[in-house]
Each structure stands twice: as structure tokens, then as C-alpha cells.
Design a protein around this ligand. Structure first.
Ligand code: FAD
Ligand code: NAI
Length: 333
């Protein structure tokens, strides 16, 4: 195997692409987005970057700790000096309580996608390219995008799309199903950015709230302007999935006034809908998926439980699975 197509330029795809490139493979990365980053994306605005996806990441495994150290040394990542709190729900009575801990939390600088773009440095990328169909003929893959453009001559494919999108792609390509049920793996999240002049005592508020999952304030994040990002929980996001930005701004304002007692003017900035955001706690993480006869592997944060670190580990494991199979085929007489 020489030429590899990696679908998805989130952290998982970027990690797989970097690991394969290091081993001498010719890798091309395709993504439907304009820039790499996937769910580690900050939106560039006149007010500075707004982290609409992942807010921070933690590092528990040795492999990811080593990678984080490289990013820290290269200035792509910094520690987030965040003060934490809990918006607790005591039989319907909601109150904000300090909830300090010693967990190291990291952010990309100047934006969340910086570590992803650093991994992809020098690797050919095709952006704004939604792959709609795959075709495997005579041991060679061809990819077709939604404008009918084709990319041909790949020996293997690594898919790092969210499960529903990966399943749609293989169904459209008449390939074997990857998941029994892809619908339950990742759940939605509406993310809303709001500006106020308030400088709160806390930066990271974990929420036990009927509507919210997390509130972040960007005041101590390098490169960002000082504003709030609210993440609505999967149930509430799902109930009002197709509502307009105006609906979400109104919800966010009401919460900032009611729960955080913000009195200053609140200015809505951005509302973003993530259809496939976070792992459903009720469904087991499916692990990596391999169709070795077709030289196709699939994985993502969802393989091991949706966190940034797990996207990285899935990327490493996908690359290793491909390399192992390649080696074993070379050794077979
Ligand atoms: P993705 O980043 O989703 O990458 C998949 C890529 O595939 C995307 O770039 C997409 O554009 C591309 N794609 C999809 N379909 C196609 C197609 N047909 N053709 C081409 N490209 C395609 N994790 C944490 O650890 N800490 C947090 O604080 C945190 N907060 C979060 C908050 C939100 C709102 C969200 C949405 C996620 C959060 N996460 C957090 C989870 C974290 O962002 C993910 O675990 C991680 O970024 C997933 O990386 P990935 O590469 O597996 O997938
Ligand atoms: P972590 O260790 O900071 O948090 C893990 C979980 O522990 C939190 O979700 C929270 O429930 C609890 N927790 C941690 N510190 C706390 C504190 N000081 N007070 C109260 N509760 C605390 O980070 P880890 O394990 O790396 O998890 C990643 C984070 O990403 C989680 O917070 C998760 O909710 C979030 N995430 C959000 C998504 C979304 O759609 N909004 C999607 C995927 C992940």
C-alpha cells in the first residue's frame, strides 16, 4: 500500500495522516470544511476567535501526553488557567457553586484547530470537498465528491467521519454497513456565543441544568475575546434542533440573566448547530471498524468515547492497523 486517502481533517484524521506520512505513505486528506479542525474549531470573527466546538482537552494516556508536550513546546497549545464551578440542580433549585479542581486543561492557540493544522503541515489536503461516493475496482479506490469531481488511485481508505455520515457514505457506495445502528452514537449540541462586559469569577462551569451542559468564558484564553460560550445539552438541543439562531440567542440570554445574574448588556454573536457532537452515554463505544479485504478502516473519537484525547488515540490506532496489515501482506510469500 502506498497511496492513502484519509477522509476527515479533524484531530483523528490529522493524527492518522501524520503517523502514516511519517512511515513513508503518500497521504491525501479530504474534508468538507473550508479549513481543518472538525469539532475542534474556533470561528474567526471581528471579536477574535470563538471556540464553538471543544472548549479544552485533558491528557491521561502516555501517548497523548507526549503529543501535548510537543504541541506545548511548539507554541500550538497552552494550559488554560481556568477556574471551575458547578451549576448544580438540587431538586429544581439551581445554584452556582465553586468546584475547584487540579485537572490540567489545554487549549489550542490562537484557536482550537491549531494543533490539528500543525499535524497536517506539509500533508496534501483537499478542503471544501464533501466525499459522496467511494468505488473499489481492481484494488484501487476512487472518491467522488458532491460536484462530481473524482480522485483516483488510492490503495486504502481511512474514514474518520461521524458514524451517521460514514454510514451514509458506505450505503451510497453499495459497500458493507459499518454499524448496526449509527444513529445513536453521537448526539447533537447547539453552541451559542454571547458578548457581555461581565468578567466572571469562573471560566468553566459544568452544568446539571435542564437545558445546559457547559458554560465557558473565554477571558483567560489567548487569542480569544472575552465572551461566553453556552453548550446546550443533547436532550434540549435535540428537542429544538431546527429552531433558528434567534431562538437560541433568547434561551442563552435568559439563562445568563437568570442563573448567572448578568446585568450588563448581552450581545448575541454566533449560534452553531452540531448534529453529531458528543457520545451518547447509553450506547457502547464501537471501537475501530476494519474492512481489511477492502483496505478500509473507520474510527473517530466515537471509537473510544467522545473526547479530544480519544480522537487522537483513534487516529494513531487507525494508522497502526493499516501499517500492520501492510507489513503482514508484504511478509506473506
Ligand atoms: P471530527 O472533528 O468531527 O472530524 C470529522 C471530519 O469529517 C470533520 O472535519 C467533517 O467536516 C469531515 N466530514 C464529514 N463528512 C464528510 C464527507 N462526506 N466528506 C469529507 N469530509 C467529511 N472534547 C473534549 O475533549 N473537550 C471538550 O471540551 C469538548 N467539547 C466539545 C464541545 C462541542 C460543542 C463539541 C461538538 C465537541 C466537543 N468535544 C470536546 C468533542 C471533541 O471535539 C471531539 O471528540 C473531537 O474533536 C472529534 O475529532 P474527530 O477527528 O474524531 O472528528
Ligand atoms: P474533565 O476531566 O474536565 O471533565 C470530565 C467530566 O467531569 C465533566 O464533564 C464533568 O461532568 C466532571 N467534572 C470535571 N471537573 C469538574 C469540576 N471541577 N466540577 C464539576 N464537575 C467536574 O475533561 P474530560 O474528561 O477530558 O472531558 C471532556 C469534556 O468535554 C467533558 O466536560 C465533556 O462534557 C465535554 N464534551 C462536550 C461535548 C458537547 O457536545 N458539548 C462533546 C464532547 C465532550
Amino acid at each position: 500500500m502506498k497511496k492513502i486517502a484519509v477522509l476527515g481533517a479533524g484531530l483523528c484524521g490529522a493524527t492518522a495522516a501524520a503517523a502514516l506520512t511519517q512511515q513513508g505513505y503518500q497521504v491525501t486528506v479530504f474534508d468538507k470544511g473550508r479549513v481543518a479542525g472538525g469539532r475542534m474549531s474556533s470561528k474567526r470573527t471581528e471579536q477574535g476567535y470563538l471556540d464553538m466546538g471543544a472548549q479544552y482537552f485533558t491528557a491521561r494516556s502516555d501517548a497523548f501526553k507526549r503529543q501535548v508536550k510537543l504541541w506545548l513546546d511548539a507554541g500550538k497549545v497552552e494550559l488554560w488557567p481556568c477556574k471551575t464551578a458547578l451549576l448544580s440542580n438540587d431538586e429544581g433549585f439551581i445554584s452556582l457553586k465553586a468546584s475547584e479542581d487540579t485537572q490540567a486543561r489545554f487549549i489550542g492557540v490562537p484557536s482550537m484547530q491549531s494543533p490539528v493544522t500543525a499535524l497536517l503541515d506539509g500533508i496534501p489536503q483537499v478542503n471544501s470537498c464533501r466525499i459522496q461516493k467511494l468505488d473499489y475496482q481492481q484494488q484501487s479506490w476512487t472518491l467522488f465528491n458532491d460536484e462530481g469531481v473524482s480522485y483516483t488511485g488510492f490503495d486504502a481508505i481511512i474514514l474518520t467521519l461521524p458514524p451517521v455520515q460514514a454510514q451514509q457514505l458506505v450505503a451510497h457506495s453499495a459497500l458493507p454497513e459499518l454499524f448496526g445502528s449509527a444513529d445513536d452514537v453521537l448526539e447533537p449540541c447547539w453552541a451559542v456565543a454571547m458578548h457581555t462586559d461581565a468578567m466572571p469569577a469562573q471560566d468553566a462551569i459544568f452544568c446539571q441544568h435542564p437545558k445546559l451542559r457547559f458554560i465557558s468564558h473565554q477571558q483567560h484564553k489567548a487569542g480569544r475575546s472575552s465572551c461566553y460560550i453556552l453548550h446546550f445539552n443533547a436532550v434540549f438541543s435535540g428537542l429544538y434542533l431546527d429552531e433558528s439562531a434567534q431562538f437560541w440567542f433568547a434561551e442563552a440570554i435568559a439563562i445568563l440573566r437568570q442563573e448567572l445574574h448578568i446585568q450588563q448588556e448581552i450581545r448575541p454573536l454566533v449560534a452553531h448547530r452540531w448534529l453529531y457532537a458528543s457520545q451518547n452515554d447509553q450506547s457502547a463505544a464501537p471501537g475501530l471498524i476494519a474492512l481489511p479485504n477492502l483496505k478500509l478502516w473507520a474510527g473517530g473519537d466515537w471509537s473510544f468515547g467522545g473526547r479530544v484525547e480519544n480522537a487522537y488515540l483513534a487516529g494513531l490506532n487507525l494508522a497502526n492497523a493499516l501499517i500492520e496489515q501492510d507489513k503482514s501482506q508484504q511478509e506473506t510469500p
